[in-house]
Ligand binder design. Sequence first.
Ligand code: SAH
Length: 328
Amino acid sequence: MFTKKEIIDILKDNTQNEQLFELADIVRHNNVGDEVHLRGLIEFSNTCKCTCHYCGLRAKNKNIERYRIPPDDIIKYAKNAAELGFKTIVLQSGEDNFYTRKIMCKIISEIKKLNIALTLSIGERNFEDLKAFKDAGTDRYLLRIETTDENLYKNLHPGMDFNNRLNCLYNLQKLGYETGSGCLVGLPNQTIESLADDILFFKENNFDMIGIGPFISHPDTPLKDAPNGNFTLSLKVMALVRILMKDINIPATTAMETLHPQGRIIALQSGANVVMPNVTASKYQNKYEIYPNKSHSGEKNKCANCLENKILSIGRTVSNNYGFRNTV
Ligand code: SAH
């Protein structure tokens, strides 16, 4: 276990990065093995009631064509993904009240008939909704805390409440979900100290999955003039999470690939063991622009073997199981 001071020192010192990435890779190999779990991502609505300062889906952005995929089509796309061999589907969206408890439960129960694991990433919901989604068969839920710096959180999320997000995470754990969290790296005014706090927060709460991605500036948001986050620093935060949380699932995030052409493969060699290829129908893909140049994410559709070949080329295999925590 590292102290906060040790984490800060590691994040600030760039002379031993390669050793850090190698250690994370060894810990990954020893604890979750060489299999890479692919999760098929369906971005089913870019409609959002929130106004997060960094996100292109924010309600106040008028330069975006909004869409909602009809529930029957979501189910159809999930079927296609299951036929392609995906063992997990991730349903992600903005915070969109159109998809009520009842509508979501219908979608969930239909997808669960496909014999695959199901993850939701649809923002904060009340306890009753989360309970209903779990009862309908949902296995996992992703809700990044984004930053544990409460002041920074407040400035970036007008009208939102840090404690509500925390409570939501605790409710997910209470309800027996495999619970995922994570943070952005390189937000304006984010300190190295607060990144160390983020890492310790993940460890203390023993989350099952942690997604780490660099902040990428979106031209239609209040942070349009802010510089992008740093690729190497994001990778270091991710590697430290792997070293501290040996058996969890860690995705090589698409945002890493946006900043570096081999970003996801490098992440897979620095602690990550999951990739989430975008399986959303192509007519919707470009419209889910949480940040610009997210385009690399769709290769599973265009070139079914591309990603798999890359994974094989670094001596890894594509998993054929559901990829729950502790199933090696
Ligand atoms: N509405 C859902 C899903 C949000 S999109 C929720 O609230 O959980 C998924 C993730 O994209 C967010 O958690 C955030 O960390 C990330 N994201 C949003 N805008 C981004 C940006 N400009 N750069 C990098 N990542 C971003």
